[in-house]
Design a binder for this molecule. Structure first.
Ligand code: C5P
Length: 407
């Protein structure tokens, strides 16, 4: 089931120019199955009409503490009882100040004050308002009270100035909301993840690579962050944006990925999830000049050598923790997976057959079988890569609870 299905989100919109971006937030949450109840400040309705919020959320929108539409004048109390999460986006300096003081002089602030569940605040304002010591003091106070923030970004602002104060990207707010609702089953764990392809240079302009998009690895990275892990992401050349919050190590070749992985593992990680499609071979000699066509021959012979195996090396040198590999196969996947497990001796191997419908490099879904070192096999149905990642993180958390730490 989708993470957001049956979740209730209470969205508080305050009156800045970024109020229009709350429309996208409602759309995304609803598309993924959540119910969104919107409460706005009066000034938010100067930017976006009640009707827009109503049409997008499919719910009656409240802004008035004394509205006769409310059944008993207690909507702000009723609504908060059923909410899983309160998202305050955009949050103006004024609203943040009122929250820090515990004021409740309109429906938005009364609803916030009456809510005792998790709160996520996404501020948006002019950079001088954001950097003003009063605002920073209020933010620090709220953070101390347990309110989570997704800080604004730098860029050009609606007022024409450049600086810090732009509302965080909507996708980041959605990710932060999912993180706020996720159980921190990997808290205190540092997890190494490899993702994407590698490029093995032939000469300064050409390389050998594969079709890996890095999607599966990034989904796992996101799920590990949601679960409260510290994540070291070592990724080859990819066109996708890694999630915010991971420690990023971009690399190009298999050798670089190997070196960075060993350094990260030795610096202290309790888990490694190696999803990268690492190039198995590299040219023995990388030419310093572009290889020219030879008019006397229609063949080019090049000697290749095997790259070091990150998974097998980590599995062999570990003194604790959990090492997980991926086996992308094109047929006889279980048989080859079992053989790979025997060779690499990791704790868990995630086998997937690239030829199966819905599985493959750039798809959003995957059908995998988990092969445990004990020989236990778990076939999973066709799932989104995000769902595979979430379930895999749960499995790894269970395994980590039963083993001693590495090092
Ligand atoms: O041997 P094969 O490449 O099929 O094994 C796949 C698994 O091994 C993946 O987890 C991949 O990230 C890992 N691997 C590695 N280093 C290599 C080759 C593969 O870590 N040089």
């Amino acid at each position: 089931m989708n993470f957001w299905a049956n979740k209730n989100i209470s969205l508080i919109v305050s009156g800045g120019i970024a109020a229009y971006r709350a429309c996208d937030l409602i759309r995304i949450f609803r598309k993924d199955g959540a119910k969104v109840s919107v409460v706005t400040t009066k000034s938010a309705l100067e930017f976006v009409t009640e009707l827009s919020f109503q049409a997008l959320s499919g719910e009656h929108v409240n802004s008035d503490l004394f509205s006769p539409i409310q059944a008993d004048g207690m909507d702000h109390i009723h609504q908060t009882k059923t909410s899983d999460l309160m998202v305050i986006a955009p949050a103006t300096a004024n609203l943040i100040a009122k929250m820090a003081m515990g004021l409740a002089d309109d429906l938005a602030t009364a609803t916030i004050l009456a809510y005792d569940g998790p709160k996520l605040v996404a501020p948006a304002m002019n950079s001088r308002m954001w950097l003003n010591p009063a605002t920073q003091r209020n933010v620090a106070q709220l953070k101390q009270d347990g309110v989570q923030f997704i800080d604004p970004q730098s860029g050009s602002l609606a007022c024409g100035e450049d600086g810090e104060g732009r509302l965080a990207p909507i996708e980041h707010i959605v990710e932060a909301a999912q993180s706020a609702l996720s159980k921190k089953i990997l808290a205190g764990h540092r997890i190494l993840i490899t993702a994407g392809p590698t490029h093995e240079a032939l000469d300064p302009v050409r390389y050998i690579s594969n079709h890996s998009s890095g999607k599966m690895g990034l989904s796992i990275c996101r799920a590990a962050l949601y679960a409260g892990a510290e994540v070291v992401l070592i990724h080859g050349p990819i066109n996708l944006e890694p999630p915010p919050g991971a420690e990023l190590h971009p690399v190009t070749s298999a050798q670089e990925m190997y070196d960075q992985s060993m350094a990260a593992w030795e610096a202290g990680c309790s888990g490694a999830i190696l999803t990268a499609a690492v190039g198995d071979f590299r040219p023995v000699q990388q030419k310093s000049d572009k290889i020219k066509k030879n008019s006397d021959s229609d063949k080019l012979t090049m000697e290749l050598t095997v790259n070091p195996d990150i998974l097998a090396t980590l599995a062999a040198k570990k003194s604790g923790g959990v090492v997980v590999g991926f086996a992308a196969e094109t047929g006889k996947s279980l048989e080859r997976g079992r053989e790979k497990m025997a060779r690499k001796n990791c704790d868990l191997l995630v086998i997937n057959d690239l030829m199966e419908p819905g599985s493959g490099f750039a798809t959003d879904t995957n059908r995998v079988t988990l092969l445990h070192n004990s020989g236990k096999e778990e076939p999973w149905p066709l799932l989104s890569k995000d769902k595979v990642a979430e379930k895999l993180i749960q499995t790894i958390a269970t395994l980590l609870n039963g083993v001693k730490q590495n090092g």
